[in-house]
Design a protein around this ligand. Structure first.
Ligand code: COA
Length: 330
């Protein structure tokens, strides 16, 4: 078994910023309501002809590569965690071509807001079993394309963005992806979904069933309850398995869904509020991008430093949730 470490990280957001006041011109809401219930003040939105998740993923990936002067040809694998690809067959191959990582195999990973945690764990398996040495993982989403802009319960929450990390093989004793704990409860898939709706029609003698994906639909109260009950349990299990205590944790980095969820999870775990990494007031819920986006900012601001223990948890549609505990090595 080899070890695995995150050796670089980068992120990208679109230029267009939409604040709560502007949202209140689209649906009946207010800055006060959104800030009180969610902590979100503004979010970014991808606009422009033919702009897609690939553009954001590309920018984030190039920043991560440039920071360590890595040639894209050194990459063995690219995992793109996204639920908003620009091609149902996957977008990772377009990112591979755009960054010039001709040696790397590339695939998409669909796990909504848990996507980046799943991508860290997936990449770590390939490294720890000796298959690959350099892996680029990206969490990127453009959920603005799937929002019902007349639904004030969802359109206030989401934003677009991308974050990328490079995970590299290292000596076993330097392993910095310390452990993980993952879960899915598929019975609750319809609490948060972008469903596929089809119609039937006849073509000569053939009866065809074809349709389209709908907008994001969400049972906000149930998702809230799910997050604040399941995420602390996942973190506790993961820390216990690693023989780590809450006192060992330097930072809590949760999927940036809602400020109240972040605080409730920290409270349940008796983690001090100053240990919560959060930038959701500026970006809203960017789905698979939220964790690497916040991690990159925390690194750039010198908030996190080498050897810090960071508990990272994702949760969302699926319903899927999970934790990975990392030691910061950049
Ligand atoms: N602006 C103003 N009022 C709003 C509103 C908005 N954007 N959205 C809903 N309301 C109203 C409702 O219509 C309701 O009014 P009523 O009492 O007259 O019926 C009232 O506010 C309360 O609505 P409710 O849905 O019960 O609010 P809430 O306290 O549950 O907050 C969320 C809604 C979405 C902020 C909250 O449920 C939440 O954060 N859930 C988790 C969502 C999430 O993080 N999802 C992604 C996970 S990956």
């Amino acid at each position: 078994m080899q070890g695995a470490q995150i050796i670089s990280i980068g992120s990208a957001v679109p230029d267009l910023c939409i604040n709560n006041k502007e949202i209140s011109q689209i649906v009946e809401t207010s800055d006060e309501w959104i800030v009180n219930r969610t902590g979100i003040k503004e979010r970014r939105m991808l606009t422009g002809t033919n702009k897609s998740v690939v553009d954001l993923a590309y920018s984030a990936a190039m920043k991560a590569l440039d920071k360590i002067h890595m040639d894209p040809l050194e990459l063995d694998l690219i995992v793109l965690a996204t639920s908003s690809p620009n091609d149902l067959f996957g977008s990772a191959s377009q990112v591979q071509a755009k960054i010039g990582a001709a040696r790397a195999v590339a695939f998409d990973l669909t796990a909504a807001c848990s996507g980046f945690v799943l991508a860290i764990v997936t990449a770590t398996q390939f490294i720890q079993n000796g298959s690959y040495k350099n892996i680029l993982i990206i969490g990127a989403d453009v959920l603005s394309k799937w929002i019902d802009w007349s639904d004030r319960k969802t359109c206030i929450l989401f934003g677009d963005g991308a974050g990328a990390a490079i995970i590299q093989a290292c000596y076993e004793e330097d392993n910095a992806i310390l452990g993980f704990q993952l879960n899915t409860d598929g019975k609750k898939y319809n609490e948060l979904s972008i469903t596929y709706k089809e119609n039937s029609y006849s073509l000569n003698t053939l009866k065809l069933f074809q349709g389209q994906f709908q907008y994001i639909s969400m049972n906000g109260k149930e998702v809230y309850k799910f997050a604040v009950s399941k995420v602390p349990a996942s973190i506790t299990k993961c820390l216990n398995a690693l023989h780590l205590s809450i006192e060992d944790v330097n930072w809590l980095l949760l999927h940036q869904a809602n400020k109240r969820i972040l605080q409730a999870v920290a409270n349940r775990l008796s983690i001090d509020n100053y240990k919560i990494i959060s930038n959701l007031s500026k970006y809203g819920n960017t789905s698979a991008a939220s964790i690497p986006l916040a991690l990159d900012e925390a690194w750039q601001n010198n908030q996190i430093t080498k050897e810090d223990i960071i508990v990272v948890s994702g949760f969302g549609a699926g319903l899927t949730w999970g934790t990975v505990v990392i030691k910061w090595k950049c």
